[in-house]
Design a protein around this ligand. Structure first.
Ligand code: HEC
Ligand code: HEC
Ligand code: HEC
Ligand code: HEC
Length: 196
């Protein structure tokens, strides 16, 4: 019954949450790095979330994975990737082998695919703001900002405490009590006063 209802919703509205595709944090950088606008990209990059995938390559992670009896390294285990990458299992980050990661262009640079996957590694902008394919254009972003476009209709989420707790919960092997008011200060990247 539920499946039939969902199919009906898709048929009637022609849309579905899955319509929004992940584009990677590097795409947000182009427009969200200006100091005068609050340099959100740099703040995120220097904060705890950007390196969350790299953390899965640490010795501590290897120990945790071993303790849990995982058959693959932490950085390839869905049990860890679901909270340490962007959009895992939802069309975002995917497990890739060594061949994929070592692929380079003729000039010796990482391929486009590698760069894209790299920009989904870690807890990126879209882990909190939603997959960006429909809201990333300047026109749409300005519409959301001015209020002429409903943020949710283009997939832009308002990140709240509930969202944080989809990852900050006791399922995390290293769980620390999560007090929203305190923790959100540590990752804050607001506009300068007066912009809104
Ligand atoms: C997709 C999962 C995910 C979401 C959503 C998420 N976090 Fe995190 N967060 C992590 C992971 C993973 C780490 C640890 C990263 C590391 O150490 O490499 C972390 C670390 C942190 C840290 C530093 C460690 C600590 O506990 O002090 C803070 C602060 C933090 N997050 C705040 C937030 C806030 C506030 C929100 C919601 C607005 C949020 N996070 C949403 C996964 C998430
Ligand atoms: C082409 C440029 C561009 C890109 C790419 C872009 N943005 Fe924006 N964004 C803007 C503009 C312009 C505004 C309106 C505010 C302003 O003028 O700075 C905005 C506003 C926002 C807001 C505030 C919306 C509101 O009013 O509540 C959020 C959140 C946001 N962007 C997140 C993102 C994320 C996450 C990405 C990447 C997935 C992204 N943006 C990519 C240009 C862009
Ligand atoms: C439910 C989400 C979630 C899952 C699943 C998860 N983590 Fe994390 N991880 C977090 C969060 C959130 C943090 C930030 C600190 C905290 O509250 O645990 C974190 C932090 C870490 C840290 C840094 C520890 C520290 O002291 O800050 C390591 C290492 C780590 N995780 C390894 C792993 C490994 C290995 C797995 C898989 C076996 C895993 N995590 C699965 C959410 C998760
Ligand atoms: C861990 C979750 C998290 C991540 C990751 C994250 N943000 Fe945010 N972002 C928030 C929260 C929470 C707010 C405040 C929302 C509010 O005030 O309603 C916010 C607000 C914003 C705003 C509006 C600022 C304002 O003053 O209204 C912009 C723009 C923005 N984020 C862009 C980005 C970009 C770009 C990235 C990646 C480089 C990013 N965010 C990564 C959670 C996150």
């Amino acid at each position: 019954m539920r499946i039939i209802l969902m199919a009906l919703v898709v048929l009637v509205t022609g849309s579905f949450a899955g319509d929004f595709d992940y584009i990677g944090s590097s795409k947000c950088k182009a427009c969200h790095k200006k100091a005068a606008d609050g340099e959100q990209y740099q703040k995120w990059e220097a904060g705890p979330h950007a390196g969350a995938y790299e953390t899965l390559k640490s010795e501590e992670s290897a120990k945790i994975a071993k303790g849990k009896g995982l058959k693959v390294p932490a950085y390839e285990a869905p049990e860890c990737l679901k909270c340490h990458t962007t959009g895992f299992g939802e069309g975002g980050f995917e497990v890739k082998g060594a061949d994929f990661w070592s692929a380079v262009t003729e000039k010796g640079e990482p391929t486009k695919e590698v760069k894209f996957m790299t920009s989904l590694a870690g807890v990126g902008c879209e882990s909190c703001h939603g997959a960006g394919s429909e809201y990333k254009s300047k026109k749409t972003m300005e519409g959301v900002f001015s209020g002429s476009i409903d943020a949710a209709s283009v997939g832009l989420l308002a990140p709240d405490e509930k969202l944080c707790k989809t990852c900050h919960n006791a399922e995390s092997p290293t769980y620390k009590v999560f007090v929203f008011a305190e923790k959100s200060k540590k990752i804050a990247h607001p506009y300068p006063a007066g912009k809104r």
